[in-house]
Design a protein around this ligand. Sequence first.
Ligand code: NAD
Length: 484
Amino acid sequence: MAINWTEAQIEEVVASVIKSLGGAPKETGSWDATQYHGRKLIGIFEKMEDAIDAATAGYKAIRAMSLEEREKVIAAVRDLCRKEASVMAELGVAETGMGRAAHKTAKHLLVADKTPGTADIVSQVKTGDYGLTLTEMAPFGVVGSITPSTNPSETVLCNSIGMIAAGNGVVFNPHPNAIATSNYAVDLVNRASASAGGPKVLVASVVKPTLDTAQIMYRHPAIRLLVCTGGPGVVKSVLSSGKKAIGAGAGNPPVIVDDTADVRKAGKDIIDGCSFDNNLPCIAEKEVFAFANIADELIASMKENGAYQINLEQAARLADIVLVDSKNPETGIVKKIVSRECVGRDAAVLLKKIGVNVGDEVRCIICETDFEHPFVQNELMMPILPIVRVKNIDEAIDLAVKAEHGCRHTAHMHSKNIDNLTRFARAVETTIFVKNAPSYAGIGFGGEGHTTFTIAGPTGEGLTSARSYTRYRRCVMSDSFRII
Ligand code: NAD
């Protein structure tokens, strides 16, 4: 039996769901970051200084634990992450208004299953005429981690596993628009730690993260390493902090499809990747360069797989909505930035803004544009995919490299021509290069290799894991300990 609900009834149900999730009013940034369903979250502090002290105590406790004990804590984090994946996914969507709960659930399961633990920490030995030299990967101490709104709890959990495996304590300064979701994940790590014999507070966060609390974190002597996952502004700020920093910044991943590709599969793969969590992952397909002789077939395949094509006039109207003017207070220069009201929204919601009504079967909006179009040039982080026709591989590589803007983050290609694949990979110099698969294969989802939600292109750690959060220490034994 169909139920015909009025808008008022729907709003009432949404409000009651939001309330039951532990959140307060509907606008982002005003969620209760200290409790969930009346349960007080562990490891959440009013003051950043207190959070750092708690993480320092956590670091001291974990230093005293054996590797086996540390791995037990990590196993408990994985276990809770699996069990509460959908809770965090729903909370993330409700709090930020961005993404898709089913996809966020899948991302949490990926974190639980494929984030490396202590096995990632490997010692090296060199022996020779003068004895034995041992190199070990040691913790930094307390890591200060800045996390984004796009994968909030996923990043907190993935970073926590890696940083704890390396023997560190962690303090987070999460994105203010995703503070309830991020702090839920902080609490989860602490609950797991306590249940597995670890410290009650191993990782910590604050009630109200701001740029000021980030500055306190940068300057505090106990913080030995800063890890920043976010856009260009925040990466620049940590890299200017004067401390060792890992920066995982923005991208604008291009896709090339040449005329040797399995074009039907490429169309499906690209829409699967581009629409995953409404394009929030920084690795997701952002613009396509298709050989002109296969472009029609590619677009047809995309449409069969949930894409809705708009024309250039509609694209111009949509661009005026999803990109807004922003004035730099210091320089007075005005530039276009993405509207926070549109990032990570469903394709149907975005289409409605230009008067097109479609159902949830539409996963992605596609549009044929030229290279200069703002959809090509900007990292939109929403399911809008521009397609540019190109004559040949030279033009494809030239334009795709330019569209990536030197972020050296992620690029994709669908081709069976190994020369073309190799040429593009060499030219674009990205941290991740995915061939003939959806973008998420690059972070271990349907592809080989470990996962991470902190992809450090600017500072070179690449797909971070426990070893990225260590410092190398050498111990030399002169003239002894060789057994040959
Ligand atoms: P954002 O840049 O708006 O915010 C990231 C974090 O930085 C937040 O906690 C924010 O409060 C904080 N912040 C912003 N400016 C700051 C400053 N000057 N000093 C201190 N803290 C500051 O990011 P977002 O919108 O949540 O995430 C989207 C961006 O992050 C995209 O550009 C995306 O590509 C990038 N991202 C990159 C990766 C990666 O692994 N490379 C992963 C996720 C997101």
